[in-house]
Design a protein around this ligand. Structure first.
Ligand SMILES: Nc1ncnc2c1ncn2[C@@H]1O[C@H](COP(=O)(O)OP(=O)(O)OP(=O)(O)O)[C@@H](O)[C@H]1O
Length: 261
């Protein structure tokens, strides 16, 4: 599962998975993102933290193309993708999970992942009925094991717990060889046990897959990330490793001690 060779190759080229250069996003008079400069190395795991309205989701939207930036450039693995569609960014290995569920409730767990694998493949428009030993079915099952849902393969999504549904969303994001994933608050609403499982799943992702995680749960964020970006009022106000961020007096004042829910 680990692709250390690929990771080493990427890192030795010094390639960035993501580069944001002077990215801003305005909604009318409101400046949701102001002059964001951010780089994330290939394979790096970064947490983006900040209070409500800090601009975290808008940042994700600018990266994916859901709401392109008002000004600035976005580069993915060295390629300028600012003017590319969401789908073209997905084809280049970018994935995202949302705060709201995008699962098909009436389908089985394995069918949800199968459809995601198929959607990410070249033959996605084929009407050919897949054979039972289809490589994509195998890929779907491998992904279910990676998110600890192998035993729930045939369950309907509607029968899963909230935590299991979040795990399934991670499996969907892993479909079709992603290179970089944006996780939007994957721990929201999880029980302590489900959080531990989530941490384990995120820590076990193949090492060549980098990610950014937006997370209000500091324990989850600081345990899965090696670097942290703090946002406030649409700006980056601090970057560091988890220990530096946790011990930073300004961060404690603004975020940890500031009554943030
Ligand atoms: N589509 C939109 N139209 C108008 N304003 C928006 C839109 N999306 C976000 N905003 C505003 O931009 C600012 C940043 O919002 P954003 O959702 O990015 O913050 P956030 O850090 O993700 O907050 P939260 O932690 O609550 O999800 C907020 O003031 C928000 O009201």
């Amino acid at each position: 599962m680990l692709r250390t060779d690929a990771l080493t190759r990427l890192q030795s080229t010094g390639q960035y998975a993501l580069e944001l250069e002077a990215v801003s996003r305005h909604f009318g008079a409101l400046v949701a993102l102001a002059d964001i400069n951010l780089t994330v190395k290939a394979g790096e795991r970064r947490a983006v933290l900040g209070s409500n309205g800090a601009g975290k989701t808008t940042l994700f939207n600018a990266i994916t193309g859901d709401f392109p930036p008002t000004t600035g450039r976005v580069r993915l693995f060295g390629e300028d993708v600012t003017d590319l569609s969401i789908h073209e960014r997905i084809r280049r290995g970018l994935r995202r999970t949302y705060q709201i569920s995008l699962l098909f409730d009436g389908l089985s767990v394995v069918d949800n992942v199968y459809l995601a694998c198929r959607g990410a493949s070249r033959g996605r428009l084929s009407l050919r009925r897949p054979k039972p030993d289809d490589a994509m079915t195998h890929a779907a099952e491998t992904l279910l094991d990676a998110v600890h849902l192998g035993a729930e393969r045939e369950s309907l999504v509607s029968e899963l717990s909230h935590g299991q549904q979040r795990q399934l969303e991670i499996a969907l994001a892993l479909a079709g060889a992603p290179r970089f994933i944006l996780f939007d608050e994957p721990a929201a609403g999880l029980s302590p046990t489900e959080r531990s499982e989530l941490i384990e799943i995120l820590q076990s992702l193949p090492t060549h897959i980098g990610f950014i995680i937006i997370e209000h749960d500091m324990d989850v964020a600081l345990r899965v990330a090696e670097s942290v970006t703090m946002m406030h009022n649409g700006r980056i106000f601090k970057e560091g490793n988890p220990e530096e961020i946790e011990n930073d007096p300004e961060v404690q004042e603004l975020y940890l001690g500031g009554g943030h829910a």
